[in-house]
Design a binder for this molecule. Structure first.
Ligand code: PLP
Length: 454
């Protein structure tokens, strides 16, 4: 096969995630060969500004040599060891230590895994285990929100609130409850303020818990800013109002910081940006800047205490991944956190975040743009057929994917969630690179406007 291209061999051999497999044969893949800074390059040498940091993860951009060094040194010294049955190694301990020191609220222990899905799956299993440990086996239901994204394992896909992730999988299963999506533009009633909308969502949550029976509801999962659901920034007052309801019924709060963690929203954690008090927090993506697969679940004493006690009484917490806390990944994560601190990544985001947000806001006047959303270095533009009436485009037109495809032609990689186009560039992006990204995007938007109104 030596004379066949990577793209041709891909079509023959790769089963792609999140890909229309029929269309894939026709259009083929974009083959990315390397990256530098905020850019990646294809086989022809064309450069693309990565407007989504890969999958919201490559916070330090491409070509960060210190991470290469951290990985190769660890690979040489101890390429593999695990944390099962009383074993440990320094990279894992250093990382857990470090994360507890950074935690925005008091946390007790850290569980390491390989992906965001695994961290959230572990949270679900801890919730179940804890309910049994407390002698409350009925208190196991979990509430997640419409448009939530918590991963794709069987259990986390059940929590995920996107029909796309349920279709074809007999999901969600019983025991998963659904709360409303806090998207003011789409779901507020006419004239309802953000505060009033938040108050209503909290009242609806209260009613849901009461209807199900507070003795059956264990936990509520939430992303601070919903990512894959379309970059939904919570309305004013949302989390404090939700938290008050959860406290009232002794329901745990699991905050999924997989996207928001490590600066994305302008503070180190989305938890801080929105004044949340989680019992568990899940972290991934920016934890290693995407250079190595790793995730973490932090739990407070309220969660850890009963689990540890039960483990002594009737048996071990029977859960763990071969690659959980993988030494190479852990070493890369520690070095990533060192770089964030040394380069004061939060100060950089404070400087360039407003450049991205103002640049996106400037598109509000564009005929295709219904809403601009965002905070820190995450944002989205929602495309609509009619701005005044907020009418969405006919899904058959695939307006979001059209804009994204045109943006790719113009050298910027973005992601469409329905007709919302998401922006989540590497955190190290400069003001000039943001300007270039938006300039390339603007051309694509204008072209799409021409196509969609023809
Ligand atoms: N949680 C959130 C908020 C995510 O955005 C993602 C992935 O995009 C996940 C969980 C799942 O992480 P992974 O794809 O690493 O399993």
């Amino acid at each position: 096969h030596s004379n066949r291209t990577t793209a041709e061999r891909d079509i023959d051999s790769v089963l792609h995630p999140y890909t229309n497999l029929i269309r894939h044969k026709e259009v083929g893949p974009l083959v990315i060969t390397h990256g530098q800074g905020v850019r990646v390059f294809d086989e022809a040498g064309k450069d693309y500004i990565e407007g989504l940091a890969g999958l919201w993860c490559t916070s330090l951009g491409w070509g960060e040599e210190r991470l290469v060094q951290a990985a190769s040194a660890q690979m040489r010294k101890l390429p593999f060891y695990h944390l099962f049955s009383h074993k440990t190694h320094d990279p894992a301990v250093a990382l857990c230590d470090r994360l507890l020191g950074m935690a925005p609220v008091p946390m007790s222990k850290v569980f390491l895994a390989g992906s965001g899905s695994e961290a959230n799956d572990t949270a679900i299993k801890l919730i179940h285990y804890r309910a049994n440990a407390l002698g409350k086996p009925a208190k196991k239901k979990i509430i997640a929100r419409e448009k939530a994204y918590h991963g794709v394992t069987v259990a986390t896909a059940a929590l995920t609130g996107l029909p796309f992730n349920h279709r074809g999988f007999d999901l969600p299963f019983s025991g998963v409850l659904r709360a409303g999506c806090p998207h003011h533009y789409r779901f507020a009633q006419p004239g309802e303020s953000e505060e009033a909308f938040s108050t209503r969502l909290a009242a609806e949550l209260d009613a849901l818990i009461v209807a199900e029976g507070p003795d059956t509801v264990a936990a509520f999962f939430a992303e601070p800013v919903m990512g894959a659901g379309g970059v939904i920034v919570p309305p004013a007052g949302y989390f404090p109002k939700i938290q008050a309801v959860l406290d009232k019924y002794d329901v745990l709060l699991v905050v999924d910081e997989v996207i928001c963690g490590f600066g994305r929203t302008g503070r180190m954690f989305g938890t801080e940006t929105f004044g949340i008090r989680p019992d568990m927090m899940t972290l991934a993506k920016g934890l290693s800047s995407g250079y190595a697969p790793i995730s973490a679940l932090m739990v407070n004493e309220r969660v850890y205490g009963p689990v540890a006690e039960e483990s002594g009484r009737i048996g071990v917490f029977g859960h763990g991944y071969t690659y959980g806390g993988h030494p190479v990944s852990a070493a890369v994560a520690v070095e990533t956190l060192n770089i964030y601190a040394e380069r004061d990544i939060l100060a950089h985001i404070a400087k360039v975040g407003p450049v991205l947000q103002d640049g996106l806001a400037a598109f509000r006047d564009h005929p295709l743009v219904g809403e601009k959303r965002g905070i820190g270095l995450i944002g989205a533009l929602e495309l609509v057929a009619d701005k005044a009436a907020k009418t969405p485009f006919d899904p058959k037109l695939a307006a979001g994917p059209l804009v994204v495809a045109k943006a790719q032609n113009h050298g910027v990689i973005l992601r469409a969630m329905g007709d919302s186009v998401a922006f989540s560039p590497p955190l190290v992006i400069s003001e000039a690179e943001i300007a270039e990204l938006l300039r390339r995007f603007g051309k694509a938007l204008d072209e799409a406007h021409g196509d969609l109104t023809r």
